[in-house]
Design a protein around this ligand. Structure first.
Ligand SMILES: C[S@@+](CC[C@H](N)C(=O)[O-])C[C@H]1O[C@@H](n2cnc3c(N)ncnc32)[C@H](O)[C@@H]1O
Length: 181
């Protein structure tokens, strides 16, 4: 059933996106999204970023049987120090580390900095998924600010699609897909 953000993103990964060579997980957390990327795409390289050592350690543990990835303990706004290639796939899962410190969350300024740079490094048909959690205060502000930025992208260059559960209560999570034309 397509009843939450993850199930729809997984559906699109399996059925809509192909030929991903260079991928970036901007918020690797416990590594679940990174594992989905490695299981579904034949990537040359996946770059995984997180600002918490705990998250990097958790991702390392989950990905121990894979080899074509790099874990980077740094803010995603600095991703371009490490990723020199053009990019085919990017994922952001915003908010805090599940089962981790809820005070350490993503913030729209860093997300925006990274988006401004990553949008210029996308190959044709490259996709970015961004999952938002507006159910908590900072997540709400983050979603408003990032949407303001995304809705102004040139429609001749990028498709910006928002996936929102209209009849779910209490500010449900939603995601945006950006695709380079
Ligand atoms: C919702 S979790 C990600 C879940 C993860 N994608 C998974 O599949 O398990 C958000 C993560 O973003 C990280 N984070 C927060 N600010 C960041 C930043 N500026 N750069 C990189 N990671 C950041 C947090 O430490 C946290 O682990």
């Amino acid at each position: 059933m397509l009843n939450n953000t993850k199930s729809i993103i997984n559906f699109l990964i399996k059925n809509y996106i192909d030929e991903v060579s260079i991928a970036v997980d901007m918020t690797c957390g416990n590594g679940i999204d990174s594992k989905i990327i490695l299981d579904n795409f034949n990537v040359k390289k996946l770059y995984c970023f997180d600002i918490q050592k705990e998250a990097i350690d958790n991702t390392k543990e989950l990905l121990k049987s894979y080899f074509n990835y790099e874990l980077i303990l740094d803010n995603h706004k600095n991703f371009d120090k490490y990723v020199k290639e053009n990019i085919d796939f990017v994922i952001y899962n915003l908010g805090y580390l599940p089962k981790g410190d809820k005070n350490i969350t993503t913030n729209y300024l860093d997300v925006k900095d990274s988006l401004v740079k990553v949008l210029k490094k996308l190959n044709k048909k490259a996709v970015i998924f961004i999952t938002f959690y507006p159910g908590h205060f900072f997540g709400k502000i983050e979603s408003i600010e990032i949407l303001k930025f995304l809705e102004n992208l040139n429609q001749k260059e990028y498709i910006v699609l928002k996936f929102y559960f209209e009849n779910q209560k209490n500010n449900p999570p939603f995601f945006v897909m950006v695709q380079k034309i």
